[in-house]
Design a protein around this ligand. Structure first.
Ligand code: HEM
Length: 478
């Protein structure tokens, strides 16, 4: 038989290799600890059918009651680990951060111009460089330098609310956009024909097409959808991808050129890009690219805006909380001026409202999944290399109620829970967290000092009920 030619010889060799690798996998599977427990997967589909895609936390909670704090599941071909406890999240993402700080990669990132997004980057030198630029601009003691810009934007926001209260999502968005443009590019947002703001807005709108959960899952499962020629009937993802790649190029280049031109005309104030360029040599292309990238990443997501929408909803639904926060502001600030950052320590109830807003409906509910760089063993379970891990470490009683009181000790002082958990963990913790904290506070304080949010009235003067709805994509908001 061995004389029957090279074909047979190759077939036998392939069979031997297959048997050996099966034996090796079998030996490995049986010599290592078990995977964490989890729901039984269906062939091919895994556990995707049991996941409530609009409100995944309900599924995670149900799984937690059966399987515990650390759950292994599979969504189509993608294995995931759900960490359902703050303690476990701290153990893995902070105490073992050297292993748990990577990100899983997706073909969607490059196709939707997000491979330069710090949040999706693999753990490595390019990511470190981004973090360093962000840290220099946004570390805790750097943020007070932006208070003046944040205060100016908050005052502009009040004016817009006064002129056109119904357009409230726009006013929150402009609040975020104006101070971010100022601190990143020393640029003032104009209402019309603003090529810097337009490039940012267009890119922000186009990446959303790629990151809707259903779209992302389709592209990952059927990657050929991104290989089709753009003229091909039904090549919707491919066409969206090409547009987004162009917008991704523009969002890095247009604002950067704006800064460069003003720098050469000696007409530039301090801002993230100019400060970073002043620390960099003109030949350092790697650093210059990282500066362009980090600057545009700072605008992605606009979660500050989404969080302010959640705040407004809470105020509409809970007039007592709103009245209590306003009474505190009136007592401390008075009626003759607007709140500023110096008032913050004297406004503990407002502080609790801010924390409760972050807790009640987090806009990044499970963070950005961390991934493992090597396999690990935790609490007797095997954690495979490359596994994507999301967390839902909810620990609050009556979680659906908006209750700022939960952040107070019995003696009336604020407790130590600053809702740091909303900003993630370990080495991948949100780089914008100190900035966001100040932005949210000044916007909420000024809004409540000047306005009250109420349910709209119908033609009979009766309140129109508000039914909260949250979309679920990369962020969750009203
Ligand atoms: C309410 C507003 C915000 C919330 C709730 C939020 C929350 C988060 C969360 C949960 C993560 C993932 C952390 C992890 O993987 O453990 C993250 C990452 C990140 N955030 Fe924020 N964020 C907000 C606003 C901002 C802003 C304004 C910036 C702009 C500077 C920003 C920049 C980033 C970056 C660059 C990352 C990726 C960090 C990395 O992977 O190393 N975030 N954020």
């Amino acid at each position: 038989m061995l004389n029957d030619g090279p074909g047979v010889y190759l077939a036998i060799s392939a069979l031997v290799v297959a048997v050996l690798s099966y034996c090796r996998k079998y030996r490995l599977d049986h010599s290592r600890p078990p995977l964490p427990p989890g729901p039984t997967p269906l062939p091919v589909l895994g556990n995707i059918l049991s996941l409530d895609s609009a409100r995944p936390w309900l599924t995670f909670n149900a799984w937690r009651s059966t399987h515990g704090d650390i759950i292994y599941a599979r969504l189509l071909s993608k294995p995931i680990l759900v960490v359902n406890s703050e303690e476990v999240a701290k153990d893995l993402f902070e105490r073992r951060s050297g292993i748990y700080s990577d990100r899983s990669q997706s073909i969607v990132y490059e196709a939707f111009a997000s491979d330069f997004n710090t949040g999706f980057m693999p753990y490595g030198n390019r990511w470190r460089l981004h973090r360093r630029i962000f840290h220099q601009a946004f570390h805790q003691t750097a943020v007070p330098a932006y208070h003046a810009a944040q205060l100016r934007s908050a005052h502009k926001m009040l004016f817009s609310f006064l002129q056109d209260p119904e357009n409230y999502p726009n006013h929150f968005q402009m609040f975020t956009m104006t101070f971010m443009l100022s601190i990143i590019y020393d640029c003032e947002a104009k209402v019309e024909d603003d090529h810097v703001a337009n490039a940012i807005t267009r890119y922000g709108e186009l990446i959303v097409d790629g990151f809707a959960p259903a779209a992302m899952m389709l592209m990952e499962t059927f990657p050929f959808l991104l290989q089709l020629p753009s003229w091909f009937p039904g090549a919707t993802f491919k066409r969206a991808s090409l547009k987004c790649i162009q917008a991704g190029h523009d969002v890095k280049e247009i604002p950067f050129q704006y800064v460069k031109e003003r720098m050469s005309a000696n007409d530039m104030g301090p801002c993230l890009v100019a400060d970073a360029l002043n620390r960099t040599s003109e030949e350092d292309d790697v650093n210059i690219t990282a500066i362009k990238e980090t600057a545009s990443v700072a605008f992605v997501g606009m979660q500050t805006t989404d969080t302010l929408l959640v705040f407004l909803l809470a105020m509409v639904l809970d007039p007592e909380v709103q009245a209590k926060a306003q009474a505190e502001i009136d007592r401390v600030v008075g009626k003759d001026r607007l709140p500023n950052f110096d008032d913050r320590p004297a406004l503990p109830y407002l502080e609790a409202v801010l924390r409760e807003t972050l807790r009640w409906h987090p806009v990044v509910p499970f963070g950005i999944p961390h991934a493992t760089t090597t396999s690990d063993i935790y609490n007797g379970y095997f954690i495979p290399k490359g596994l994507a891990m999301t967390h839902d470490a909810t620990k609050y009683p009556s979680p659906d109620e908006f209750k700022p009181e939960r952040f107070f000790e019995d003696d009336g002082s604020l407790n130590s829970d600053t809702m740091r958990i909303s900003f993630g963990w370990g080495r991948r913790i949100c780089v914008g967290r100190h900035l966001v904290d100040a932005s949210l506070w000044i916007a909420m304080a000024n809004f409540l000092a000047f306005f009250s949010a109420h349910k709209a009235l119908d033609e009979h003067g009766m309140e129109i009920p508000v039914v909260p709805k949250f979309t679920n994509g990369f962020t969750v908001f009203e």
